[in-house]
Write a protein that binds this ligand. Structure first.
Ligand code: HSE
Length: 434
């Protein structure tokens, strides 16, 4: 049987997971694809760093360059993370014409355009299934399974930490800070948690998916990102009373007939009857609407050593097959094909809304607020106000009809200045998947 040699950079959680998965199922994979992937060297930070699975000591080195430059190494995995040295590692391998498999979403988000161009220039390939949603084969699905579709919409729960926190807040009626602290204590959230809870990790993934789906490289700065810090137990409770569950959704939506695309990440009210409302705890899910295929759904673990290893093995199989067939770009990593594509500014995106205000329960309050919405031509679809708080502060919940984000933000600025409105209004968007 033909054999290809793998040089691994990174032998921590993900790296050792890949090593273990290859030990476990490398033979099975070889019998399926007709090529054996043989681990030749593993560059590690330190021989004794903690890792969930052991790596044979004889394969380990602390010199990553000796791995990439080894003439016997045919394929390189970059499982180091970060956007600094990882970029140099990937570029070094690509310049040598060696295919690279990476799980690094931050690197692709920041430097994807440059790295894909380098892969093309040096006649090799860059595989990145593990960079988005761990074990869910969403890259392969978009690139190959849906190659004959325009992707009209994609909605993703792509951050397990946020989904875990929001799920527990809903089930326990608990506040954000308490659930976050407990999640950190039990290892379900990183310390510091900012990359996850402020939506940036989700934005990295959504940017990669948007670029792949729409054929133009989405500048991460154009992605509108909001995290879940500001979500309170009250928002979850009132959303529930209205028949919705709050999820951090990545949204990629074609607007109009051209290639103007909404690309955003924000906490969203999802109808309880929609399948994404039932995706709980650390699980991820991606809902893809193609113009030919219609609606499809992908569900699975988005992180963790084994789910990520599964995705890396899938890429290794592709890389090995590409080497075997002598066509290193058999499946091109990313092909720019939509020069007119652009991300629509959030102010112009149309949505429905949930608003929570804290107001003084006094005659005329509702009328003042309704007048501002009326003047901005924003329709109110429902209002909730708990009874029995006359003269005191009380939550006032509005559901608004379709309006642009710009119009709603303009109205909210005026509403926030009314003396009867206490504190900052909370605005969340509602997605009805129409
Ligand atoms: N921290 C991410 C999550 C996994 O919580 O989903 C890696 O992207």
């Amino acid at each position: 049987m033909q054999q290809v040699n793998l040089g691994m950079i990174g032998g921590g959680t993900v790296g050792s997971g890949v090593f273990h998965a290859l030990q476990l199922n490398g033979g099975l994979m070889a019998s399926r694809i007709g090529v054996k992937v043989n681990v030749r060297k593993v560059a590690v930070k330190a021989f004794n760093e903690p890792r969930p699975y052991p790596i044979s000591r004889s394969l380990m080195t602390t010199d990553w360059q000796s791995v990439v430059n080894d003439p016997q190494v045919d394929i390189v995995t970059e499982l180091v993370g970060g956007t600094g040295i990882a970029r140099t590692m990937v570029l070094t391998a690509l310049k040598l014409g060696k295919p690279v498999v990476t799980a690094n979403k931050a690197l692709l988000s920041a430097h994807g355009e440059e790295l894909f161009a380098a892969a093309k220039k040096y006649g090799t390939n860059l595989y990145y299934e593990a960079s988005v949603c761990g074990g869910i084969p969403i890259i392969k699905s978009l690139r190959e399974g849906f190659v004959g579709n325009r992707i009209n919409a994609l909605y993703g729960i792509v951050n397990g930490t946020c989904n875990y926190i929001l799920t527990r807040m809903k089930l326990e009626g608990a506040d954000f800070a308490a659930v976050l602290a407990d999640a950190q204590k039990h290892g379900y959230a990183e310390t510091p948690p900012d990359l996850d809870i402020d939506g940036h990790d989700a934005a990295h993934k959504i940017g990669i998916l948007a670029s792949l789906a729409h054929g133009f490289w989405v500048n991460p700065k154009k992605i509108h990102v909001e995290g879940i810090r500001q979500i309170s137990a009250l928002d979850i409770k009132f959303a529930g009373e209205l028949g919705y569950t709050i999820k951090l959704l990545g949204i990629i939506k074609r607007i109009g007939g051209g290639c103007q695309v909404q690309v955003s990440v924000y906490p969203t009210l999802v109808p309880n009857a929609h399948v994404l409302a039932s995706v709980n705890h650390v699980f991820n899910a991606v809902f893809v609407r193609g113009d030919i295929v219609g609606d499809t759904l992908f569900y699975g673990r988005g992180a963790g050593k084994d789910a990520t290893a599964s995705a890396v093995l899938s890429d290794l199989a592709d890389a090995a097959l590409d080497l075997k067939s002598g066509s290193k770009q058999r499946v091109p990593p990313f092909v720019p094909h939509e020069c007119a594509g652009a991300v629509v500014p959030i102010e112009n995106v149309v949505s429905q809304y949930f608003l929570r205000l804290n107001v003084v329960d006094r005659p005329g309050t509702l009328a003042k607020i309704a007048a501002i919405f009326g003047a901005a031509k924003i329709g109110i679809s429902s209002v909730i106000q708990p009874e029995g708080h006359e003269g005191k502060s009380v939550p006032l919940i509005f559901m608004l009809h379709y309006a642009t984000n710009g119009a709603v933000n303009g109205a909210l600025k005026k509403i926030g200045r009314l003396p009867v409105v206490k504190g900052k209004p909370v605005m969340l968007r509602v997605e009805n998947f129409e």
